[in-house]
Design a protein around this ligand. Structure first.
Ligand SMILES: C[S@@+](CC[C@H](N)C(=O)[O-])C[C@H]1O[C@@H](n2cnc3c(N)ncnc32)[C@H](O)[C@@H]1O
Length: 277
C-alpha cells in the first residue's frame, strides 16, 4: 500500500502542480510539502481536508483507506468468475440506445472481474473500466486477453478516479452502495459533467427496504456498504431525460444461499443545454 507521501506526490504530479504551488495553496512552506512527499513528516490532521481538496481527492484516499478492496480481492482470488460471465442486461439496453456504429466511449465504474467491460468491447465500444480491487482488474485483463479485445483497465477508487476525458456512456452496476452517502451526490455530479452531450449514464444501486434482510454474502464490514434511499439516485438526475427508471425486488444466489435484493436502475440521457424535445 502507498504511504501518504507517495500518494501526495502522485496526485500533485497528476495535477501538474509544483511543490511550491501546492504549498502556496495550503499556505505552508514548500519544504513541508517536500517532507510530506519523502515521508519525513506528516501533514497536520487539520490540514488533511484542505490537502485532499487541493489534490482533488478524499482524506480516505490520502490515508490509504482501501474500502471494499480487501473483501473483493478475497472473492476474486479463485479461477472461477464470482459473478459469472453473462453480461448484465443493462449492457443490452446500452446497445439498444446507442448501437456501436462507431467506437463510442464507455466507462465501467467498479467493473469487478470485467465481464461487462469485455462484452461491450467485443461489441465494438471503446471501453475504459476500473475497480478498487487489484485481483478484479487482473482477472479482467485475463478475460480481455482471452477474448482478444482491448480494454483500458485500471485499478482506481471511484472517489478518486481522474476523469481525464468525456464518455458517451458511464455505466456502473452493483457498486455505488460502497460510496459513502456524503459523497454520492458529488460522484453523480462528476459522472454527469464527464458525459458527452447526448450521452448516457446507466446505473443501478442497491436500495434499503425494511422488509428485505441483508444478503448472507454481503461484505463482512457493515461500515463499508450503505444501501441507497429508494429514489435517491433518480433525484440526482432530475435534470436529465429518463429512458429507464425502475425499482425492483429480485432473487439472488450469489454466495450459494438464496436471498433477495431491491435495486433502483436508471438510464438517463444528458441533453445539450437549450435543447427542447
Ligand atoms: C457487486 S461487485 C460488482 C462488480 C461488477 N460491476 C459486476 O456487476 O460484475 C462490486 C464491485 O465494486 C467494487 N468497488 C467497491 N468500492 C469501490 C470503489 N470505491 N471504487 C471502485 N470500485 C469499487 C468492488 O471491488 C467490486 O468489484
Amino acid at each position: 500500500m502507498n504511504r501518504i507521501g507517495e500518494t501526495i506526490n502522485k496526485k500533485r504530479t497528476e495535477l501538474g502542480l509544483t511543490q511550491a504551488q501546492l504549498a502556496g495553496i495550503l499556505n505552508v512552506s514548500f519544504q513541508s510539502v517536500s517532507k510530506w512527499e519523502n515521508n519525513a513528516a506528516y501533514p497536520d490532521i487539520e490540514k488533511l481536508p484542505e490537502l485532499a481538496a487541493a489534490l482533488r481527492t478524499t482524506v480516505d484516499v490520502l490515508l490509504g483507506y482501501r474500502g471494499a478492496a480487501a473483501d473483493y480481492d478475497g472473492r476474486y482470488a479463485s479461477e472461477e468468475y464470482y459473478w459469472g460471465l453473462r453480461p448484465n442486461r443493462l449492457c443490452f439496453e446500452i446497445m439498444r440506445l446507442l448501437p456501436p456504429i462507431r467506437p463510442y466511449r464507455v466507462l465501467d465504474v467498479g467493473c469487478g472481474e470485467g465481464k461487462d467491460a469485455v462484452f461491450l468491447a467485443k461489441c465494438g465500444y471503446d471501453v475504459t473500466a476500473f475497480d478498487i480491487s487489484e485481483a478484479g482488474i487482473e482477472k479482467a485483463k485475463r478475460l480481455a486477453d482471452h477474448n482478444r479485445v482491448r480494454v483500458d483497465l485500471r485499478r482506481a477508487d471511484a472517489m478518486d478516479f481522474p476523469f481525464d476525458r468525456d464518455y458517451d456512456v458511464i455505466f456502473s452496476s452493483g457498486v455505488l452502495h460502497f460510496i459513502r452517502p456524503a459523497y454520492r451526490e458529488e460522484l453523480c455530479a462528476r459522472m454527469k459533467s464527464h458525459t458527452a452531450p447526448e450521452g448516457f449514464n446507466v446505473l443501478n444501486v442497491f436500495v434499503q427496504k425494511p422488509f428485505i434482510v441483508r444478503a448472507p454474502d454481503s461484505t463482512r464490514d457493515e461500515s463499508l456498504r450503505a444501501p441507497w434511499r429508494s429514489g435517491e439516485l433518480f433525484g440526482y438526475y432530475h435534470d436529465w431525460l429518463f429512458h429507464t427508471c425502475r425499482e425492483e425486488v429480485f432473487d439472488c444466489m450469489s454466495g450459494g444461499t438464496p436471498h433477495k435484493h431491491c435495486m433502483d436502475s436508471l438510464i438517463a440521457q444528458k441533453l445539450p443545454e437549450g435543447k427542447v424535445i
